[in-house]
Design a protein around this ligand. Structure first.
Ligand code: UDX
Length: 428
């Protein structure tokens, strides 16, 4: 099949490369010439394991990149993978996606064969019917050969290619059997040696499945953090408790790691967007609001634990880990941001270290100090806040001896050394 993918960000680039790997002919379209040049040369604009290899083997062959929408007409199916950022009130900002939908419609105004436009971006349940479908229709002058569907994406950063190739489920949100069959034909090659659940539904339900999925996972972590905070109050180890709880297969052992909370480009944005969309409908989503509140509270609890042992005013505090999770340099909504802010508010000097995310954080906090290694950050520090579970923080040992009286607050239960240091876990 010939597929066009509009938007070469994180999701667009990954799915384009993976569609090519599945044997389809793919054209990516983006307004950013630098990204288009990189993709044309077989280089990934983002750092994602396995992506560069796929691009290298398909670029210039079954995978092309361009800034022109002309390729849309030649294709059978167009995926829109344009970011849906948050407005100030947390609601979804559809401006860029709506413009892309309209431009796609314009390109398809005279198309005589049926064409499927698939929304890959995360959108609220009413977005397709009230904004995106009308935009396509406006652009195409009402060409009835165009149908709009929804196919949400569940990729995680750091494992996006393997998540694509081995999905738990594929969700086809369409209004016709023809569109469902089109989507299925695209994914069929990966089902040859991998079992995935296929969910066939309508576009609005498909949109809600994505939000419900992310809201569930984020709330699972917040619940574990709430329970974990209670464990800490009782002097109990939340990890021991949750390990036993996870043995109940209705709960599962995954996503039970308590600590400083969730961040990243999806959970915060999506939970806030579905909260705003629910409020708009007149519903008060009490549990999701509590999930956000608990998540916002965890960095403060980290600071309170640190303050039990170190007078923060004028102190030097090492912040270890700046990315929102290990194996990425992405700092979007990283818990390190509120941790650094709160330390600075209390008059502490921050010395931050991360194996890959120092540069983006330096832009965010130019007045903090940045170290080249954990050892350098710890040298002479009065306290340590561990925010990201990079493997290298597990084996810090002699590094702590460079501190007069090592005080470590571990937000991820990653540090293995306990002897000879003051060690506080957030939830144990
Ligand atoms: C997430 C979803 O997993 C993915 O399906 C969706 O498409 C995009 O959002 P991602 O943001 O890449 O993916 O990160 P993920 O690995 O899910 O972690 C999210 C956050 O939760 C991280 O900050 C992580 O540190 C935190 N987390 C995760 C916990 O605090 N505890 C856990 O047990 C698991």
């Amino acid at each position: 099949m010939h597929i066009s993918v509009i938007g070469s960000g994180y999701v667009g680039t990954t799915i384009a490369a993976c569609f090519a790997e599945l044997g389809h002919t793919v054209t990516t379209i983006d307004i950013d010439e630098e990204i288009v040049a990189a993709l044309s040369a077989g280089h990934a604009p983002i750092d994602e394991p396995g992506l560069e290899d796929l691009l290298e083997s398909h670029a210039g062959d079954s995978l092309e990149a361009t800034t022109s929408y002309d390729a849309v007409v030649e294709s059978d199916v167009t995926f829109l993978a344009i970011g849906t950022p948050s407005n100030d009130d947390g609601s979804i900002d559809l401006t860029a996606l709506e413009a892309a939908a309209e431009a796609t419609g314009e390109t398809l105004a005279d198309k005589e064969n049926r064409h499927l436009v698939v929304i890959k971006s995360t959108v609220t349940p009413t977005s397709i019917e009230t904004v995106l479908e009308p935009a396509v229709t406006r652009g195409s002058g009402g060409n009835e050969n165009i149908e709009v569907g929804m196919n949400p994406e569940f990729l995680r950063e750091g494992s996006a290619v393997s998540d694509f190739m081995q999905p738990d489920k594929l969700v086809y949100g369409t209004d016709s059997e023809w569109a469902t069959e089109r989507l299925h034909a695209i994914y069929e090659p990966l089902l040859a040696d991998h079992d995935a659940h296929i969910v066939e539904t309508d576009p609005a339900t498909a949109s809600m499945i994505k939000y419900a999925n992310n809201a569930f996972l984020a709330s699972k972590i917040s619940l574990v953090n709430d329970l974990g905070n209670i464990c800490k109050e009782f002097g109990l180890d939340a990890y021991e408790v949750m390990e036993a709880v996870g043995l109940d297969d209705r709960i599962s052992e995954r996503f039970l790691r308590s600590g400083v909370g969730w961040g990243g480009s999806c959970f915060p944005k999506d939970v806030n967007a579905i909260i705003a969309a629910a409020r708009e409908e007149g519903y008060d989503p009490a549990l999701l609001e509590a999930s956000v509140e608990i998540n916002d509270r965890q960095p403060e609890r980290m600071l309170e634990l640190l303050e039990h042992h170190v007078a923060l005013e004028g102190s030097h505090i090492a912040v270890l880990g700046l990315s929102f999770k290990p194996r990425t340099d992405d700092i979007r909504n990283s818990r390190a941001i509120p941790v650094i802010e709160k330390l600075q508010d209390r008059g502490a000097e921050v010395v931050a270290y991360d194996p890959v995310a120092v540069d983006p954080m330096r832009e965010r906090f130019p007045d903090a100090e940045y170290a080249n290694s954990a050892a350098e950050a710890l040298d002479g520090a009065d306290g340590v806040a561990v925010v990201t579970d990079w493997d290298e923080f597990a084996v810090l040992d002699r590094e702590f001896d460079a501190m007069d009286e090592p005080v470590v607050v571990d937000g991820r239960r990653i540090v293995e050394r306990r002897d000879g240091i003051v060690y506080e876990g957030l939830t144990y």
